[in-house]
Design a protein around this ligand. Structure first.
Ligand SMILES: Nc1ncnc2c1ncn2[C@@H]1O[C@H](COP(=O)(O)OP(=O)(O)OP(=O)(O)O)[C@@H](O)[C@H]1O
Ligand code: SF4
Ligand SMILES: [Mg+2]
Length: 375
C-alpha cells in the first residue's frame, strides 16, 4: 500500500533542569491516502506531543525530537530546516487544535487569518485571498461568510470558531490533517456537525486524517484504523472493527471495558449492581518508565518476563499489531506450527534453553539472597 505519511520510531523528549521527560518514546504508524487514523490513550500518554512533533511545533527548548522519521510523501520532515518546514506546514500538513481560542489570534479577524495562510502558500492578492476565505467559511457551513470574514474570534461561538479552524486547516487542501481533540469542548450536536463536516471534506479532497480523541464512540463512527497509545508508545494498532471486536492488549481491553453502555450489564448474576470496570493505578511517570512493559504495574496478566524487558510491537494478524508478550507467544506458536516437524524440534530446543536460563537465574538469586543474609 502507498502511504502519504510514515512515522518511524519517533521520539520526543523534554530536557528539564534535572530530569528528562520521555513524552513520545518510539512511535510508528502510517497513514494511507484518504484514511482516518484514530489515536486514543489516557491523558499524558503523548498524543498531543506526537501530533506537535509531526508539525514540528515542539517548544525547543526544552523539547526536542531526538529520534525517528516523519516521512511525508517522501520528505523526512524531522530533517527539514525550519524555513523549508514552513512551506509544508499548512500547505501539506495542517492541524486543528482542541481549543481554537488558544490557536486563533485574538487581534486579527478570521478573514485575515485565513488569507494569511493562503497568501503564504499561494501567489494571490489580498482581495482575492479574502474572497477565497469567505468561500472557505461557506464551505465549512458558516452563514453570512462575507460578514464573518470581518469578525474577530471572540465574536464567534465555540462551534463557529472550530469551523474557522477547520477552514484554516483545509485552506491549502493539505494531504494530511491532524485533529487534536477537535470536538471535546463542544456540545454533542455541534460535535456531530463538525464530524460530519470533516468527513465530507475528507471525502471531497481525499485528505488523510489523524484524529486524536478520548471518545471511543467517535473512534467507532469516524475512523478506519485505531492506534492505542500508552506511556509514550503505541501498544495496539488495528482496523477499527478489529479493535472493538477483538482488542488484544490488556490496556485496550481495559479502555473498552470502561465505556458505559446504556442498559447493558447493569446487574450482576446475583442481582447486585455491576460497576464500570476501571483500570487500576495510573500512567507511569514519564521521567522513569518501568524497565519492562510499561503497562506491567497495572496489568492483570503481568508475568515475570513482563518486568524484565519491553515487548516489541508484533503483527498478529494482517494489519493488527500489538505490543504484549501474551501475543508474542501466539505468533511464535503459529510460526512453529507452520514449520511442521522442524518447528516442533526448534520449539523443543528453545523450551529446553528457556528452562535452563530460568533455573540458572533462580540459582543465582538463591546465592545472592544467601550472601545478603550472611552480610
Ligand atoms: N511543554 C512541555 N514541557 C514538559 N513536558 C511536557 C510539555 N508538554 C507536554 N509534556 C509532557 O509530555 C507528556 C505527554 O503529553 P501530551 O500533551 O502529549 O499528552 P496527551 O496524551 O495529549 O494528554 P491529553 O489527553 O491530556 O491531551 C506528558 O507527560 C506531559 O506532561
Ligand atoms: S506484556 Fe505483560 S504486562 Fe505488558 S500488557 Fe502484556 S501481559 Fe501485560
Ligand atoms: Mg493532548
Amino acid at each position: 500500500m502507498e502511504y502519504v505519511l510514515e512515522v518511524n520510531d519517533l521520539a520526543t523528549y523534554f530536557f528539564m533542569h534535572d530530569y528528562i521527560i520521555r513524552a513520545v518514546d518510539g512511535v510508528d504508524f502510517t497513514l494511507a491516502k484518504g484514511e482516518t487514523l484514530g489515536i486514543v490513550g489516557e491523558s499524558g500518554c503523548g498524543k498531543s506531543i506526537t501530533s506537535m512533533s509531526l508539525m514540528r511545533l515542539i517548544p525547543d527548548p526544552p523539547g526536542k525530537i531526538v529520534d525517528g522519521e516523519v516521512n511525508l510523501k517522501g520528505t523526512d520532515l524531522v530533517k527539514l530546516p525550519e524555513e523549508k518546514m514552513r512551506g509544508f506546514r499548512g500547505n501539506e500538513i495542517s492541524m486543528i487544535f482542541q481549543e481554537p481560542m488558544t490557536s486563533l489570534n485574538p487581534v486579527y479577524t478570521i478573514g485575515f487569518q485565513i488569507s494569511e495562510v493562503l497568501r503564504l502558500h499561494r501567489d494571490i492578492e489580498k482581495r482575492e485571498a479574502l474572497s477565497e476565505a469567505a468561500r472557505l467559511l461557506k464551505m465549512v457551513g458558516m452563514s453570512d461568510p462575507d460578514q464573518r470574514v470581518h469578525e474577530y474570534p471572540f465574536q464567534l461561538s465555540g462551534g463557529l470558531r472550530q469551523r474557522a479552524m477547520i477552514a484554516i486547516a483545509m485552506a491549502c487542501e493539505p494531504s494530511v490533517m491532524i485533529a487534536d481533540e477537535p470536538t471535546t469542548a463542544l456540545d454533542v450536536t455541534i460535535q456531530a456537525q463538525i464530524l460530519r463536516l470533516m468527513g465530507e471534506l475528507k471525502d471531497a479532497k481525499d485528505t488523510s486524517i489523524a484524529f486524536i480523541t478520548h471518545d471511543l464512540a467517535v473512534i467507532a463512527g469516524f475512523t478506519d484504523r485505531v492506534m492505542v497509545m500508552y506511556a509514550g508508545v503505541a501498544v495496539e494498532d488495528a482496523p477499527v472493527k478489529e479493535v472493538f471486536k477483538n482488542p488484544l492488549h490488556p490496556y485496550t481491553q481495559g479502555l473498552l471495558g470502561s465505556v458505559p453502555v446504556l442498559g447493558v450489564g447493569k446487574l450482576n448474576e446475583d442481582g447486585t449492581r455491576r460497576l464500570l470496570q476501571a483500570i487500576p493505578g495510573t500512567l507511569p511517570d514519564a521521567r522513569r518508565f518501568p524497565r519492562g512493559c510499561r503497562f506491567a504495574p497495572r496489568c492483570p496478566h503481568a508475568m515475570k518476563r513482563c518486568w524484565e524487558a519491553e515487548p516489541n510491537m508484533v503483527e498478529v494478524a494482517p494489519g493488527h499489531k500489538v505490543r504484549c508478550y501474551l501475543h508474542h507467544e501466539e505468533v511464535r506458536e503459529r510460526k512453529m506450527r507452520n514449520l511442521g516437524a522442524a518447528g516442533r524440534r526448534i520449539a523443543k530446543l528453545q523450551e529446553h534453553d528457556r528452562k535452563k536460563r530460568e533455573s540458572k537465574r533462580a540459582r543465582e538469586e538463591r546465592k545472592e539472597s544467601k550472601r545478603d543474609g550472611v552480610s
